[in-house]
Ligand binder design. Structure first.
Ligand code: PEP
Ligand code: MN
Length: 336
């Protein structure tokens, strides 16, 4: 249920209503906008008489929340969520665009330091790099693990860029304390135990769409994180499995961007690197993502893609990234 409170109602009257609802075992999410206060009622609302709520002198309207996703639903949080950076400035959302770039995997100090420096110069706002890698083959490079995390933290210190890196296993959770944005990869989007645990952390979470995940499933996974208390969730469209595999690694679903922006207040980023698997398609899909209203893009950049230990064919060189980023920023300006 969604209760819209009349403008200028005193705070104590709203609190009184919230308390009464909570006594009825309802979880109330209060959205306080500049003009409006909206109460999202979550739980078994069958015992709540909507007609009675509507008749209260402080209530403007009462609506239904028919979707299975509640906390992430834009109906109970009309404004975009703006996620803060560690320094308190906006990191992403509400018009703040995130340009996330870096290698698929952290491979060495030289590699990550060089790439971090280059992408920062080109306007990147965050540095990505995998330390724990989910690989299809157990014989492929699995990431540098703790050493990779340490190198990423060094690159963060050197450039000031917040870092994004993937957590796969609950047992590693304590290692991620200084990681600004914890990525939950496509293979773990529906690992609900993992989602519940990261929901208790203060770190921002970047949640990827599952390999065969629907938009509602992605939103329900985000709901798990928010239901555990973590409000700072970024959604990521990274392509899904379809019957096309001859020409692209995945099918990048750019229509998901405006759909998600309508359904949820959470920021949405697009990853055209995994979404296509082809470096030649990354620029055009990045431009399209920016034009579609994405709050950011995340792309793989490697100093020597031909020798990359992971995902070289979809990685931009720093020079290619520089050229592309400038155009993405121009498209952002044009559509604003
Ligand atoms: C990645 O970003 O490095 C990655 C493994 O992505 P995904 O989970 O989307 O495959
Ligand atoms: Mn990759």
């Amino acid at each position: 249920m969604v209760v819209v409170v009349k403008p200028d109602v005193p705070q104590d009257k709203i609190e009184h209503l919230v308390k009464w609802l909570e006594e009825k075992q309802i979880i109330v999410r209060t959205f306080q906008g500049q003009q409006q206060c909206v109460l999202g009622l979550i739980g078994d609302t069958n015992n709540i008489d909507s007609g009675m709520l509507r008749s209260l002198d402080i209530v403007e309207s009462v609506g239904k929340l028919t979707e299975p996703f509640k906390a992430v639903n834009r109906k109970i949080h009309p404004d975009d969520t703006v996620i803060p950076a560690p320094d308190g400035k906006p990191l992403i959302g509400g018009g703040h665009f995130a340009m996330i770039a870096g290698p698929c995997s952290v491979e060495s100090r030289e590699q990550i330091t060089l790439v971090a420096k280059k992408v920062k110069e080109a306007g990147a706002t965050m540095l990505r790099g995998g330390a724990f890698k989910p690989r299809t083959s157990p014989y492929d490079f699995q990431g540098l693990g703790q050493e990779g995390l340490d190198l990423l933290l060094e690159a963060k210190k050197a450039t000031g860029l917040p870092i994004v890196t993937e957590l796969m296993d609950l047992r590693d959770i304590d290692r991620f304390e200084q990681v600004d944005v914890i990525q939950i990869g496509a293979r773990n989007t529906q690992n609900y135990d993992l989602l519940k645990e990261i929901g208790k952390l203060p770190n921002t979470i970047l949640l990827k769409r599952g390999l065969a995940g629907t938009i509602n499933e992605l939103l329900m996974s985000a709901e798990y994180i928010m239901a555990s208390g973590n409000e700072n969730v970024i959604l990521c469209e990274r392509g899904i499995r379809t019957y096309e595999f001859a020409h692209t690694r995945n099918t990048l679903d750019l229509s998901a961007v405006p759909i998600l922006k309508k359904l949820t207040h959470l920021p949405v980023v697009v990853d055209p690197s995994h979404g296509t698997g082809r470096v030649d398609l990354v620029p055009s899909m990045s431009y399209a993502a920016a034009a579609a209203g994405a709050d950011g893009i995340m792309v793989e950049v490697h100093n020597d893609p031909a020798c990359a230990l992971c995902d070289g064919p979809q990685s931009l060189t720093p020079e290619q990234f520089t050229e592309m980023a400038a155009k993405v920023f121009k498209i952002r300006e044009a559509i604003q």
